[in-house]
Write a protein that binds this ligand. Structure first.
Ligand SMILES: [Zn+2]
Length: 177
């Protein structure tokens, strides 16, 4: 990623009548540091282990995530639940949260983020099924546009047994509900 600080300086000149005042001096670099840190997600390298016979659902819920809406350049953030039923492989528990965090770091839509997490885990683990549910607040809905505070948007992506088997699906929804 090229150095964004000069561009942010231009933006401050556009936004503020007195862009050289003391309080703004370090802002371009601070914001550039944030952009580098947030948008340059490290490569997702999950530890995968052989499954020693576990054949029930693994559910991680209440995973906080942050992302930026690509339509409005404003944050959306919330909580997700990520679940799978293993086949031959399991992933380290932190891997589920890490996957959601990682795909959130970029310009996103909530729909794409949900799908990418489910597809990545399907690819990586070849499990019997994957379920992802995200619930988020979008500042583009709250600070602008409709101006509806506290609106929550929920998306889901279900694969394998989570999609095709109604008792798996309801067990998942019951656990995360
Ligand atoms: Zn938006």
């Amino acid at each position: 990623m090229s150095k964004p600080a000069p561009i942010i300086k231009d933006l401050l000149e556009y936004l503020d009548p007195n862009p050289t005042r003391e309080g703004l001096r370090a802002t371009p670099q601070r914001y550039a540091d944030f952009i580098k840190d947030f948008f340059d997600a490290p490569k997702l390298d999950l530890s995968v282990f052989p499954n020693e016979g576990y054949d029930e659902m693994i559910v991680q819920s209440n995973i906080a995530f942050y992302s930026v809406c690509e339509h409005h350049l404003l944050p959306f953030f919330g909580y997700g639940a990520v679940a799978y039923i293993p086949n031959k492989h399991i992933v380290g528990l932190s891997g589920l949260a890490l996957t959601l965090e990682n795909f959130g770091r970029g310009l996103q839509t909530q729909e794409r983020l949900t799908t990418q997490v489910a597809e990545f885990l399907t690819d990586k683990l070849q499990p019997k099924g994957v379920g992802v549910i995200l619930t988020a607040r979008h500042l583009c809905m709250e600070m602008r546009g409709l101006k509806k505070p506290d609106t929550q948007t929920t998306t889901s992506c279900l694969k394998g047994l989570f999609k095709n088997n109604s008792s798996t699906r309801s067990e998942f929804l019951h656990i995360v509900g």
